[in-house]
Design a protein around this ligand. Sequence first.
Ligand SMILES: [Zn+2]
Ligand SMILES: [Zn+2]
Length: 236
Amino acid sequence: MDVYGDGHRLFIQSMMSRGIMNITEVKEVLSECGIDVGTEFKDKVVRFVRLVNQHIGPINLEIRKGVEEEDGQQCYVLANTAETSISRLSSTYSPNELELFKKLIESIMENGDGKIGSLAAMNLTDKLEKRIGKEEAQNFFNRLEDDRWIRKNSDGKMSLSVRSIVELDQYIKDVYPDYVKMCSICTKLCLQGRQCENCGAKFHFRCSNVLFSKQGNNRTCPEPNCRAPWGQVVIH
Ligand SMILES: [Zn+2]
Ligand SMILES: [Zn+2]
C-alpha cells in the first residue's frame, strides 16, 4: 500500500480537520479511499492506522483509539505527542476561552462524577479574571461541543468527550493528580464510571459491564486487594 497515495492522504486530512472520528466516520472515509470496509473492517482499520502512524510519528502526531465513557462508542483521536499542555489549543481558542475551558475541566474533576450541569458551567464565568458574558460563554460551550471536546450526556450534563480524554490525558494527570482515578480494569483515565464503596476504586461503565457479565451472580470489585462483593448492579 502506498502511504502517500490518495487514500492515506484523505484519511490524514480528515483526521487533521476533525481531530476525532467515530467508527461510522472512519468507515465513510475509508470507503471514499476506495477501501472495501465490508469485511474484516477491524483488522483493516488497525493496519491502516498503524501505517499512517508510522508516517505522522516523526511530526509528533499519533492516531489513538479511545472510547466514549458514557456510551462506549469507539473513536479515533488525533493526538499531539510533543506538546501535552492545553495551551496548544491557543491557535483555536482565545486565551480567555482557554481559561474557561480549564475551569470547566477543573470543575468536572472536582465533582468526582465526571460531569457538570449547564448552570454550574455558566457560573464558572464569574471566576474568570477577564469576564465573559453569559451569551458568549454559551457560544463557546457550543463550539467546544461542535469541536467534540465536550459532549452532552443523556442526563443533559456536560462531560469531557473521548477527544479530551485522549488528547488531554497527560494534562489532566499533571494538573489534577489528587482527583485522577484510573480504571482498575483497562488502566486508562476514568472520569465517569462506577466506584467501589469499599475501596474507592473506579471503573468505566463499559469495562465493568463486561466484567460483571462474566462474573454472573458473584460480582466482586475487580481491585485485587479489595474483591468486595458488588451488589446487584443494573447493567444497561
Ligand atoms: Zn476502563
Ligand atoms: Zn473495591
